[in-house]
Design a protein around this ligand. Structure first.
Ligand SMILES: Cc1cc2nc3c(=O)[nH]c(=O)nc-3n(C[C@H](O)[C@H](O)[C@H](O)COP(=O)(O)O)c2cc1C
Length: 497
């Protein structure tokens, strides 16, 4: 069993391990490292100038050609700045944006309207429902074990279970997740993956100051505190989880006393005591008194390693713990289905006689389709990111969303057959990306979609299961529609050239 869940197809990554968009800390170097290693990274861009957002997007793109995202916090950002940040994300063609704190339904709608995937991090069930109603594509359930700002009061596992009960979209878990065992645990609950902050803060590529990284490595289990002491810069009554320091011990006085005291600087910007700024590479000052954000997993992080190394260790350990437990839940393997049983045997003979595909062949065909759809989704996402032509961008987004939908349907069909869904990306991806020029690449995608449609026409009538039969029919119709639309768009362009 590999670690590939449907959210990986949505995000176009290999593993369901996501770097939290930590403000200041998750800059281009870290985002590129996590993304290149097969995870998905979000740049932490809360309240940053649009020029920096654009520059960081460009810097990630210079390091990796894989899709990535940006994190924004509407409630902590003036409306004009928020609009400029959102525009920078749209202009920069980012694949996804995460939003956190008070829900801004307008921001969700605006981003989705531009074809950008939106993930909303929530701390309670009612927030999850509201975010989903606003159009969120992914929900991130943040447990109170989390480092940084903590939205709710629920422990992670209870929150994940309740959000899953109401969610129609993929759910990721965040808060205290540090190793493969933690990841496996939330996946066993039904989360499609995890969002990690602290574990990626303590890596070589993170933009946190070495002082902050060292404090995390030295932290003892159970040492973090939940406090409202760090409040300057944020909406009121916002709790954070940090490592204890002179502020949380009360040695720096009343957090709301005036005048405010400057304890550091980042270029020309002053850093105030009791502000939400955490120590960054670019800062000087009294780091001990700053917000030393850390989740409850901090006591289990013992060294600063490259982010890719941490991610690979988490994936390897989660893989190691998942199969035994998953076997309990998965349907029986096809070859364990009592071939000697007269009833079953008769059923199989009947299948062949009626012209239906035997299970082995069906599994192989569905996996071939899954790999092709995954490749198609990735190429479409790249086209959407790279083209400046709004019509082609919109078309590529539709193709991406459709391909992701079929990846999920095929994935589920394979699981229902007791088979292991492939985690490979079809060779089509590499072949398509070798083609220069967005239009030529789209034409190639269209030929690939045509190949899938032909396969579906042959396979569909050989599928006995009515549900799967209907799904493959729907998939065929959607491919034919997209092929026609792409052909029309390409023909219009060559006519006007
Ligand atoms: C240093 C730090 C900064 C953070 N900044 C942000 C932020 O700007 N936006 C956001 O949505 N979440 C932020 N978070 C919270 C993360 O999104 C996530 O919920 C949290 O890191 C998960 O818990 P963990 O740190 O235990 O992995 C931050 C977390 C940390 C540790």
């Amino acid at each position: 069993m590999d670690l590939h869940t449907p959210v990986c197809d949505l995000l176009c990554c290999d593993y369901p391990v996501v770097l939290a968009g930590m403000g200041g800390v998750a800059r281009s170097e870290l985002v590129a490292a996590v993304t290149e290693a097969g995870g998905f990274g979000f740049l932490g861009m809360v309240r940053e100038r649009p020029e920096l957002v654009a520059a960081e997007i460009a810097a990630v793109r210079a390091r990796t050609d894989r899709p990535f995202g940006v994190n924004l916090i509407p409630a902590a950002t003036r409306p004009a700045l928020l609009e400029a940040e959102v525009q920078a994300c749209i202009d920069g063609g980012v694949h996804a944006v995460t939003l956190f704190w008070d829900l801004s339904a307008e921001t969700v709608k605006r981003l989705r309207g531009e074809g950008v995937l939106v993930a909303c991090q929530v701390g309670a069930l009612d927030e999850a429902i509201a975010a989903q109603e606003a159009g969120a594509d992914i929900l991130i359930a943040q447990g109170w074990e989390a480092g940084g700002h903590v939205r709710g009061r629920s422990g992670l596992h209870a929150l994940v279970a309740s959000v899953l009960g109401a969610a129609d979209v993929p759910v990721l878990a965040a808060g205290g997740i540090t190793d493969g065992e933690d990841l496996a645990a939330v996946m066993m609950l039904g989360a499609q993956g995890a969002v990690l902050g602290t574990a990626f803060l303590a890596t070589r590529e993170s933009f946190a100051h070495d002082y902050h990284k060292r404090r995390i490595v030295e932290a003892a289990p159970g040492e973090t505190v939940h406090t409202e002491d760090f409040h300057i810069n944020w909406p009121p009554n916002a709790a954070v989880r940090v490592l204890p320091n002179s502020v949380t011990r009360g040695a720096r006085g009343d957090p709301h006393a005036q005048p405010r005291q400057v304890i550091g600087a980042e270029g020309a910007r002053s850093i105030y005591l009791f502000s939400t700024d955490s120590p960054l590479r670019s800062m000087t000052g009294d780091f001990e008194a700053m917000a030393l954000y850390a989740g409850q997993g901090a006591g289990r992080i013992h060294e600063i390693v490259p982010a890719g190394e941490r991610l690979r260790a988490i994936v390897a350990a989660a893989r190691h713990c998942l199969p035994a437990e998953r076997r309990l839940r998965a349907p029986a393997e096809p070859d364990e289905r009592e071939p000697a049983s007269p009833v079953c045997y008769a059923g199989q003979a009947d299948e062949a006689y009626m012209g239906f595909a035997p299970v082995d062949e069906l599994v192989a065909e569905l996996n071939v389709l899954l790999e092709a759809e995954r490749a198609g989704a990735r190429v479409a996402a790249r086209i959407a990111t790279e083209t400046d032509d709004p019509e082609l961008k919109a078309l590529a987004r539709v193709i991406h969303a459709d391909e992701v939908r079929w990846c999920k349907a095929l994935f589920q069909a394979l699981l229902a057959l007791g088979a292991e869904p492939s985690t490979r990306v079809g060779d089509f991806y590499g072949n398509a990306m070798a083609i220069a020029g967005v239009e030529a690449r789209l034409a190639f995608v269209n030929r690939g979609q045509g190949w899938v449609a032909r396969k579906l026409r042959t396979l569909g009538p050989r599928v006995r299961d009515a549900g799967l039969h209907a799904t493959l029919r729907e998939m065929l119709d959607a491919h034919v529609r997209n092929i026609d639309e792409a052909n029309a768009a390409l023909a219009a362009r060559s006519a006007s050239a």
